[in-house]
Structure formats: C-alpha cells, structure tokens
Unconditional design. Structure first.
Length: 275
C-alpha cells in the first residue's frame, strides 16, 4: 500500500512538471523582439539641409522653445533664418532657402510636364482637368471679386480706367439724381466714367431725348466722363455672363449697374455704392 501511494505521488509531480514546462514554452513563444531603428545623427540630418551639426543642433534647441509650439513643422532653414543672429547669417540661410525652393520648383515643373505627356499618351481623348468640376470654384471666385469691387466702390476707391455701366429705362425719375451721384464717385480718377445705356431706345434720337429729359449736360458728355448709348442687348449679355447675376436677383433692379474693370464685369447694387 505504501509503495502504491509513492507511485501516484510521482505521477502527479511529473504531470505538474510537464504542465509547467509547457506553460513556459508557450510563454516563450509569445515573446517578440522589436527591431532596433537607428535614428540619423545630427550631422546626417544637417546634411539634408546643407547645414553643419552645430547649426542643426541650434535648430533643435529653437524647436524645443516657443517656435516649436507655434510652428511644429517649420523647416530648419526657415527657422534659423528667422532667428539669425547677424545679417551675414540671415543672408546665408536666405540663400540656402532660395536654392532649395528653386530646385523643388524645377523638379515639380519637370515632373508636371512628364505627367501631362504621360496623361496625353495614355488618355488622348480625355481632358487633364474636368472643367465642370471647377465651375463651383470659378463661380465662388467671381462672386468674391464682385463683392470686393463693391467694397472698393463703397469706399469711393475707384481705379484708373474704371467704367460704371448704368442701364436705365426710358422713364426714370430716379435717374435724375442717380447719375450725378455716380459721377461724383468717379471724379478725380483718370479715365474713369459713367456709361449710360438707354434700354429700348430705338435710335440715337431717343437717347438724346432721354438725356434732355434727365438734365444731362452736353459738357459732361463731351468730356467722356459720361457717355450715352443704346442698350442693343448688352444688358442681357452681361446678365448671362456675370456669375453674380446668376446667383442673385441683382438683375431685377430698376436700374442695373455694372462695373467694368480690366475687361471684367461685376454687377453691383446701389446700396453697395452707398447711394
């Protein structure tokens, strides 16, 4: 009986040892080694920017301060140039930065040319840029330009050569005061003036009759500060062309007003002009 008991004890002990050994092996199989990644030293990093190790270390010191908080992605040349300690040092970093930007621009343009050639070769019947996708952006830009022009006018900041195009109806009591006020806005600006277009005028005689009825003086017309014209469909073409007229109801005004500046047209409202 005693002998039997000893045999059982040994069996249990061997089983426990076997289990412990298996657990140890299992634990060992789960251990993974992380590869060691060597970070380039300051001298190597400095070489990327044509700097020496001491200069790059100063850049690192700057990035540990407020500059790193304000501009965490700023490059070494720009950072060192901003915090140069002498004009000579600033000139050095500026030249390095200029060379860097020039080289990057050249590489970008060369690749862009290669890309265009490859695109045309692979897709000869497809435009590189889908103009339909640009339409919302172009509309937004035109609206911004129109609003900007309106703000300039509201501040009476006309530019040389600006022409304000006013499309008046045959009967316009409002125009008797509107035209002189517009002329006062452009006074003092070279080659700027008001171009009045009489809507539905059948001939020049009708235009002259309109001018007389609204007290337009001959001297104003002779000086090119004010011109009198027939509409002849121009208003409709401008309303169709101008993005502002497509997105708003400005064209429904009794007296539509446009600004012609550098061969571009912007539709305006009287309130934009402070009238």
């Amino acid at each position: 009986m005693r002998f039997f008991t000893v045999i059982i004890f040994l069996a249990v002990s061997d089983g426990a040892i076997a289990n412990n050994s298996s657990s140890t092996e299992s634990a060992q199989t789960k251990v993974s080694q992380t590869p060691i990644v060597q970070t380039p030293d300051a001298e190597t990093l400095a070489g990327y920017w044509s700097l020496d190790a001491k200069e790059y270390q100063r850049y690192q010191a700057l990035m540990r301060g407020p500059l790193g908080h304000w501009s965490p992605t700023i490059d070494p040349l720009l950072a060192l140039g901003m915090f140069a300690t002498s004009p000579t040092q600033q000139k050095r970093y500026a030249e390095l930065y200029a060379r860097q930007e020039f080289e990057l621009t050249e590489r970008t343009l060369r690749f862009q040319q290669a890309y265009r050639a490859a695109f045309q070769r692979l897709y000869p019947n497809v435009d590189t840029v889908d103009q339909r996708l640009l339409a919302p952006y172009q509309l937004h830009q035109q609206q911004k330009e129109s609003a900007k022009a309106a703000r300039w006018l509201a501040k009476k900041q006309f530019q040389d050569g600006d022409r304000v195009m006013v499309f008046v109806p045959a009967k316009c009591d409002h125009c008797t005061s509107l035209i002189p006020r517009l002329m006062s806005l452009v006074s003092g600006t070279r080659n700027a003036g008001i171009d009045v277009y009489v809507r539905n005028a059948s001939d020049d005689k009708a235009v002259r009759a309109w001018a007389q009825a609204h007290h337009i003086r001959t001297a104003q017309v002779n000086g090119n500060t004010l011109t009198l014209n027939r509409n002849e469909g121009l208003l409709q073409r401008l309303q169709h062309r101008t993005a502002e007229s497509r997105s708003t109801k400005h064209h429904s005004a009794v007296v539509p007003i446009f600004l012609k500046r550098n061969d571009q047209f912007f539709q305006l409202r009287e309130e934009d002009l402070g009238l």
